[in-house]
Structures are given as C-alpha cells and as structure tokens.
Design a binder for this molecule. Structure first.
Ligand SMILES: [Zn+2]
Ligand SMILES: [Zn+2]
Length: 331
C-alpha cells in the first residue's frame, strides 16, 4: 500500500509538471531582436500623464499569438517569424478633440494606432508609393490572426484582429464590444460589429450599410456615444477569420476598404508619428460633459488558436480525479 501511495503522489507531481511545461511560451529565436513566434513576448501598458491630459502607451510590439513568416520559402522558412521587438511608445490625447480638417491616412505605410495586445495598426496601404490595397497585394502573408511584419520587422494589422477580438469576446452576437485600441488622435477603436450585432459597413456602401450605424470615410462615426463619453470612435471593419488557418481565411472583401482608419478625425499630439509637419487645430471637444479618460488593461496572454492548453488541463483534471478516487477506495 505504501508503494501505491508513493506511486500516486509521483503521478500527481508528474501531471502538474507536464502542465507547467506545456503552458510556457515557445523558444525564442537565437537572435534577441526577434519576437517569440508563439506569442510569448507581448507587452502593453498605459498610464495617464501631465494631469491626465496624455495617454502614455508602451508595448514591445510583439504579437501575443503565433506569427509565422508566410512569405515565399526563399524569403523565410515555415518555422520563422519576421516580427522584431519595437518598444513602441506613444503619448496621445487622453481628451481627444475634433480637428479643423481630417488628415488622410490612406497611403501612410506606418503605425496610425495601437491595439491592446501591443500590435500597431496600419492603413489600407501596403506600399506608400503605390498606395495599393494591402489585402490585395499582401493578404496572402497575413497570419491566422490577421497580421504580418513589414521589412523592418514591425508587426501590424491592416484588417480586424481576429484573435484579439476573440480574446475580448467581441463576436457578432455580443454587439459593439469593448475598446480594442487607440488611434493616434486619441479616439478609441472598436471591432467590426455595430450596436445591434450588425456588421459595420461604410455609409457610402448604401446596399449593405445600416444608415444609422455605419462608418464615414475616416472609418469611424458619431452616431452613438461610447466608452466613458467619446463623441467619435473608429471601427476596424471586414470579415473576421477563423483564427486557425494560415494565411488568414477569409480575407475581408474589398468593399470594406480602408478596413482600419481612412483619415484622422482628431488632432495628434505629435505629427512626426506619421512623418509630417502639418499641424491641425482642435475645433471642439471629442467627449461629452461627464467624460473622464479610462485606463485600459493590456491583452497579452498568449492566444491559443487550437485551445490545446485548456484541453490538456481538462485531461489532467480527469486523471487527477480518477487517481484520487482510486486512492480513497484503497484506503
Ligand atoms: Zn502590411
Ligand atoms: Zn460604433
């Protein structure tokens, strides 16, 4: 009997150790600058600075999910990533305002917002010169979560971030959902669903859009107040993928273009973020009279598209129960 007890204790210890090993992030690349291909290096934090007027955001820029390089095999092999550490730092308006004119982001090839998993968003453009639609020109390199790295290793999304949406429980039946990130003008960004669990479309897409809940050419709207009192917000729109298939499947249809932000409705704290010297002025507040800026938590837990970790945990729990009852019966 003593031997059996030792055996049971050893087995339980082994099951816990097995779980511990399974739950650790995968190995990082031999080069320190590369992100963990399995999503283990994501960081995100935000604080309010300067009497709460600035939202200070820091992130590693590494995605919290599997991020393989999906370019042709002569560029990268199937088990490598191109995403590298970026140490993103942005100070944006905590009290956004409406600008005297919109600032067109359509052809910018660079960050125009940052999401709560620390990944930046780009405009529809895959190339600053040609201003081509990135979904057309490079959609076959978007991974299962909808992102990819550019030639500088900056990992980014042009389209709705499927895996982050799933982690925030933003699904069509839940309607609208939480803020998924911030545009560099300080207005919040939401997922692709509207107030009535409807898919969001451009208002100009008159055959598909609900004219009471649709986005303007900037990719946002003022048709309802959100969060703590924002008078304007953006939606990343487009088909949401299954979060499993590489490359992303399905890709958003072209009628969702510009997918993310088509122009800034508000004013940036620093226009060098988007490589311009144009300075726009605030004309009115982008928030209501009861507004106070919220601080959002990051979503940096590794996203598992196969949900294998929870299956392992369930399996382990069943084994432990069986062993426990066997142990009790023998006693
Ligand atoms: Zn891109
Ligand atoms: Zn909305």
């Amino acid at each position: 009997m003593a031997f059996f007890k030792e055996f049971v204790v050893t087995l339980i210890v082994f099951v816990f150790m097995f779980n511990e090993i399974k739950s650790q992030p995968g190995p990082t690349s031999s080069s320190k600058t590369y992100c963990d291909i399995n999503g283990g290096n994501a960081t995100y934090s935000e604080t309010l600075l300067s009497s709460n007027t600035l939202r200070n955001i820091s992130a590693s820029g590494c995605p919290n999910h599997y991020n393989p390089c999906l370019k042709p095999s002569d560029v990268c092999s199937s088990d490598t990533t191109e995403a590298t550490f970026q140490n993103h730092k942005y100070q944006i308006k905590a009290y956004p305002c409406f600008a005297n004119a919109t600032y067109n982001t359509t052809c910018i090839e660079g960050a125009i917002g940052i999401l709560r998993n620390g990944v930046v968003i780009y405009s529809q453009s895959g190339n600053a010169q040609s201003c081509s639609d990135a979904v057309d020109s490079e959609g076959d390199t978007f991974d299962r979560c909808g992102g990819h790295a550019d030639n500088s290793g900056i990992y980014h999304y042009h389209i709705p971030p499927t895996c982050l949406l799933k982690q925030l429980n933003i699904v069509e039946t839940q309607s609208h959902g939480d803020i998924i990130g911030w545009a560099l003008d300080g207005f919040p960004i939401y997922g692709p669903y509207g107030q009535s669990s409807n898919m969001m479309f451009k208002c100009s897409d008159t055959t598909r859009a609900n004219q009471n809940d649709c986005v303007d050419s900037c990719g946002g709207h003022s048709q309802h107040v959100v969060g703590n009192g924002y008078l304007y917000h953006y939606h990343m729109i487009g088909n949401v993928s299954d979060g499993v298939t590489d490359p992303v499947d399905p890709l958003p249809s072209s009628y969702f273009n510009p997918y993310s932000i088509g122009c800034f409705k508000g004013v940036l704290t620093d226009y060098s973020y988007v490589d311009t010297t144009n300075i726009y002025q605030c004309t009115s507040n982008g928030y209501n009279s009861t507004f106070s800026p919220e601080i959002l938590s990051g979503v940096t837990t590794v996203y598992s598209s196969t949900d294998s970790s929870s299956n392992t945990n369930t399996f382990s729990f069943v084994i432990i129960c069986v062993i426990f009852f066997a142990f009790m019966c023998i006693n």
